[in-house]
Design a protein around this ligand. Sequence first.
Ligand code: NAP
Length: 277
Amino acid sequence: MKHVEFPGGEKVPALGLGTWKMGVGDADEAAQLRALMVGIGKGMTLIDTAEMYGDGRSEQLVAKAIEGQRDRIFVVSKVLPGNASRKGTIKACENSLKNLNTTFIDLYLLHWRGTYPLAETFAGFEDLKAAGKIRHYGVSNFDVDDLDELAAEVPEAQCAANQVQYNLSDRGIEWDLYPRCQKDGVAMMAYCPLGQGRLINNAGLGAIAQKHGVTNAAIALAFTLRLPGMISIPKSSHEKRVLENAAAADIVLDAEDLAALDKLFPPPRKKRSLAMT
Ligand code: NAP
């Protein structure tokens, strides 16, 4: 498993597990739990969730997956912007801790920018950190101008990560946001790394997948993992697919593969606004 280094030198797995839409509706919860457990078994010991996902039901599913093995899992959750006042952030986190049945969250993110001043949200993050309820904090869906504002408004902020949409079809961050996060020592997390499943059917991926003896999905994920400091969090409710996705951790795309991917999915030639789902 590749790793990404967090502040303090902690090593976090580069390939984790997304959970959006898990634990909700008439989902087969036992199958979803098995999918998460299979991923954990393959070293995908970072799990991404949020208070928003199923109004806490995704966090409740994650609670079941981490039970009895909390210390080997890196749990990421997020506060909704509408809750992100100083007090609201603390309350939201405490609610997430209940859902997750744990005493701490490893990485707590502002899900996207809202109307509360960043200084308020980050004061809440600092309070939570001081209380041992979160270990790291960061942001999601922040573009370069948002990071500039954060630096101006909360210069002391220890922003550990920025979670954004990144996949073969959405490469805009390669232009400026990824280099900026690298320069600032901010880990990046690629969400929708499979383009929500749409990328997998791209015929062009087939030849590269065949060469490596893996599925198209694994190639799409390996593409995101090629970047140092990038964590990728594919979601699947199916064990078999999680195993396919786990294979991405061992793939090294060579120059020929990368040139072929650039042809299929051209890199940005100018600033693109940040893609969001
Ligand atoms: P994704 O991981 O790109 O794609 C998930 C979709 O692909 C699901 O429909 C899944 O179906 C399918 N899939 C997964 N592995 C597959 C495989 N090997 N073969 C075929 N199909 C496969 O999209 P995502 O779930 O939207 O994004 C990943 C995670 O990022 C989320 O779960 C969430 O944790 C996070 N996220 C964060 C934000 C944010 O604003 N911060 C926004 C979106 C997502 P099955 O489940 O049926 O297998």
